[in-house]
Ligand binder design. Sequence first.
Ligand code: CO
Length: 180
Amino acid sequence: MSPDDLEVLYYGNPELRKVCAEVTTFDDELVGLAQEMERCMIAERGIGLAAPQVGRTVRMLLADAPGHGGSGVLCLVNPEIVESSREEDKYQEGCLSFPEIFADVKRPVRVRVRYQDLEGREHEVTDDALLARIIQHEIDHLQGVLFIDHLSTIKRRMLGKKLKELSRRASEQRAAARGG
Ligand code: CO
């Protein structure tokens, strides 16, 4: 692993609970982070990744859903949901910070999202399929909210053992990172 390869932080790492800062500087460093995040997401076979998952607590996320211009991975800076449908549905979600854990999460079907690109230009995207799902999951990350927070107490308790094991791995991961 090269020194600038990003590592996905596991559940239990306090970075995942932080509220991320708005991006105000649109420079090469931001573009570099987006590129590194994309490499990381592809390597981990994810379809979405939020900056705090790689320890950068800024409001930026990637979403890889087919059918949006075919340009591949979408990068959203300072994203904000400006409208969501009253209609909700359940969909099985996973998360790179929770390897091997999947759960049905209920969310609005359709969202309209305002965001900036890597050059700071404003855009809007509306979706009622997988992209909407990914963006909502990733925007949660920017607030320190994780998909398990949407589950009932009973369901979360059923995952208790797995979550405890993940927290243990997160501690090891942090110790290794400190050790260099
Ligand atoms: Co996630």
